[in-house]
Design a protein around this ligand. Sequence first.
Ligand code: BEZ
Length: 253
Amino acid sequence: MTSAPTQTWNPADYHKHARFVSDLGMPVVELLAPKAGERILDLGCGDGALTLKLAQMGCTVKAVDASPHMVAAAQKLGLDAEVADGHALAFEAAFDAVFSNAALHWMQQPEAVIAGVWRALRPGGRFVAEMGGHGNVASIVQALEAALQARGLPAHNPWFFPTPEQYRALLEAQGFAVQHMQLLPRPTPLPGDVGAWIETLAQPFLADVPQAERPQLLAEVVNALRPVLCDAHGNWHADYVRLRFAATKPPTA
Ligand code: BEZ
């Protein structure tokens, strides 16, 4: 995953409150169908949990992420990881595939990202990814926006959750041939309450809220979301919607 300006990634918090992000990433690995010996770029590698799986499958994996903390965590796993902005990838025909899980929605200029992925791929290479899609965490966004609006504060929404049609058009405009494009609602159990999820993964929304007022705002948001996202046993889930796709750079490109 890459970072919005006010999002700080802490690998320990991420491990505690967002481990499911990579744990639930196997379907997109299966869509990638990596073969031993392939050169793969993991775009927005986070702490490297899925990068490691690709490496264990025999691929030569380069991992990039905008967060130095996450890159350090990936390097601790022995991975070839470096800090890079997904909007300005500097690779030329270096990979058989570009892979990405739960990262592209942090990148607000998709045209620049897709152009960099195109350059990074050899002709015939594939771009396989999963990201938040249209409607992702909509109830959480709505509750945050309402609490901020009540205080006269702006909502800094750091995410881009496109429709399948929107992302297909972006890929095709670059020249990609799209083989697979699917929007999947995936309600996702949370290890804690939605407040912990917000503090770990939605920090930009809180950027203008004075530190002393944050607990009150978070309590309001948690209470507003309890009837929607928490069951009778106190188990929380988030209203995730995934956009999963596979596309190819034509062999003649
Ligand atoms: C997601 O994977 O959909 C996601 C992760 C962090 C924040 C928002 C969405």
